[in-house]
Design a protein around this ligand. Structure first.
Ligand code: CP
Ligand code: NVA
Length: 305
């Protein structure tokens, strides 16, 4: 079986590939208004299999595929035979025969890996319990556009430090030469055996002191305290994570030029207050827009002839 290029996490990128992709995404962003350019997916069908809710990922992928001249098929997991127990591997073996790439949002990362092992077409992770690489590509593009570079940038990640976003950030920071400070209580800190196993020139620091985490950073990042699939832990999470809320007080502990990021959706009043989310330091809406540009770049690189 020919192994296609998959994007299951940012560990699937070299530093040069990341740089190249972000440059291409920035170009697509500039050229977006020219609708006749970059029709790179004509004749290609991309399926999107989702077993969890989505606004940004779903809509930006579908709009992006359309803009590149391709055909997107949105497939709710429960509308497929997957919902009745057909395996990921059998689904992959069939879809291989029809389409050119597949974008998957699912619960267990292992299910995505199982699919990819049987896929002869590119598989793109649209979020699992472990990683959300497409979000990180948008985050890195947003920082690059704002700061003009990635290397040497300092980012504080506050909140659930063991979430798919925190792990994705750890991979990205190491790859891109960023200093990442994860501020989280011990119960929600990342597995150090994973963060220490990562290669790259960045640094990942873990602390339970949110003020220490944000000191002198260029960006403060947060995500929901209760990720999809963890709803039964809501009370414990709200209690333990409140000191890590991104509010005006924590923003004052950071550098005067600090910018605020959030992958969205946000729970206003929990991980972030509305005045910070909507305030002058927030670059959250640009960050959301950049999902479109990076995903178009990913699809063009993986699927175009
Ligand atoms: N950030 C993100 O992936 O948003 P959705 O869950 O709305 O796709
Ligand atoms: N950590 C969040 C990210 C949502 C985009 C979740 O998995 O629900």
């Amino acid at each position: 079986m020919i192994k296609p290029k998959h994007i299951l996490s940012l560990q699937d990128f070299t530093e040069d590939e990341l740089e190249d992709l972000l440059t291409f995404a920035a170009q697509l962003k500039i050229e977006r208004s020219n609708i006749d350019r970059n029709k790179l997916l004509v004749g290609k069908t991309i399926a999107m299999i989702f077993s969890k809710a989505s606004t940004r990922t779903r809509v930006s992928f579908q709009a992006g595929i359309y803009e590149l001249g391709g055909n997107s098929l949105f497939l709710d997991h429960n509308d497929l035979q997957l919902g009745r127990g057909e395996s990921m591997s059998d689904t992959a073996k069939v879809l291989n025969r029809y389409i050119h790439a597949v974008v998957i949002r699912t619960h267990k990362h292992e299910s995505l890996v199982e699919y990819a092992q049987h896929s002869t077409i590119p598989v793109i992770n649209a979020l699992t319990d472990k990683f959300h690489p497409c979000q990180l590509l948008a985050d890195l593009l947003t920082i690059k556009v704002n700061s003009g570079r990635l290397e040497g940038i300092k980012v504080a990640y506050l909140g659930d430090g063991a979430s798919n976003m925190a792990y994705s950030w750890a991979v990205a920071a190491k790859l891109a030469g960023i200093e990442l400070r994860i501020g989280a209580p011990s119960r929600f800190q990342p597995d150090l055996s994973f963060t220490e196993s990562l290669s790259g020139k960045g640094v990942v620091i873990v602390t339970d002191d949110p003020h220490q985490a944000v000191k002198d950073v260029d960006y403060i990042y947060t995500d929901v305290w209760v990720s999809m699939g963890f709803e039964s832990e809501v009370e414990e999470r709200e209690k333990l994570l409140m000191p890590y809320q991104v509010n005006n007080q924590i923003v004052k502990s950071a550098s005067s030029g600090v910018k605020i990021m959030h992958c969205l959706p946000a729970k206003r009043g929990q991980e972030i207050t509305s005045d910070v989310l909507d305030g002058p330091r927030s670059i959250i809406w640009d960050e959301a827009e950049n999902r479109l540009h990076v995903q178009k770049a990913v699809l063009a690189k993986l699927v175009a002839d």
